[in-house]
Design a protein around this ligand. Sequence first.
Ligand SMILES: NC(=O)c1ccc[n+]([C@@H]2O[C@H](COP(=O)([O-])OP(=O)(O)OC[C@H]3O[C@@H](n4cnc5c(N)ncnc54)[C@H](OP(=O)(O)O)[C@@H]3O)[C@@H](O)[C@H]2O)c1
Length: 277
Amino acid sequence: MKIGFLGFGEVASTLTNGLLNQGADVYTCVEGRSIKTKQIAKETGVTLCKSNKELAKTSDILISSVTPVQAIKIAQEVGKHSKGVYVDINNISPKTIKKTMSFIQNNKTVDAAIIGSVRQGLDVQIIASGKYAKEFMELNQYGMNITIVGMELGQASAIKMLRSSFTKGISALLFETIYSAYKMGIDEEVIKYIAKTECEGFKDSATSRIISSAVHAKRRYEEMDEVTELISENLDPKMSNATQDFFKSLYENINKLEKRPDSYIDLFKIMEDLNKK
Ligand SMILES: NC(=O)c1ccc[n+]([C@@H]2O[C@H](COP(=O)([O-])OP(=O)(O)OC[C@H]3O[C@@H](n4cnc5c(N)ncnc54)[C@H](OP(=O)(O)O)[C@@H]3O)[C@@H](O)[C@H]2O)c1
């Protein structure tokens, strides 16, 4: 089975590493892409196609892992050439999924969503919906962890978006709370007392969430667009708007971190230094 990736960033390269180890045939195209993407593809050893058109014609399963804002554009570009099953794995809303898939002329489409961070490798949980989800699930033979959640496009992405609404909202709240506690010199105590009513390992998970919020602030800000769109179909998205504002100002505040800080204290010190400048 030939597996193709449109876009070759963190998701595509991580999954490709695992798939190649399991003996799968993996393809991508990096024509016109950044030096970083070209370098990642070279290191991975994925087979390169000359164009996205060739990639779409070659792949039995074609996975779109670009960025949320590019999902529609890339589907438009390859839609009439896709001969196999087209899987969109970008963080986009059910409405955007349906628009994206309207460009895939053979209608063999799957709505898919990664639950958690792809850094887990092939084990990362992927949920899928749509009439062709069963074909996509055949990749489990190479060690992927795909579960079907429904037969309609939009079901997997709705689950993902609503989960994001919760996890990103909690992360924003946690960041604000612990940063205020740190400024007052009571962060250890605040964490200790929150931990009493939260789960075991709260301190570690809180630290990881705070640091990831800063590292991925821009991506989270952009992804909240799709979340607020979905929530607004049901009610006024006050909480998700606030979460989006939070990640926007965090990104503007720290812009791009050069490396992932080891602790939330290191991160808060970096923020203080930046604010002094
Ligand atoms: N990383 C995760 O753990 C994770 C988890 C869940 C969902 N996702 C979703 O999965 C998707 C991919 O995420 P990622 O972390 O792999 O992103 P990433 O590291 O930023 O990689 C994006 C890749 O897409 C390429 N690209 C952008 N626009 C393109 C276009 N029009 N045509 C072809 N290639 C294009 C980029 O190339 P350039 O370098 O040239 O721009 C880059 O290679 C995103 O939609 C994200 O929301 C990611």
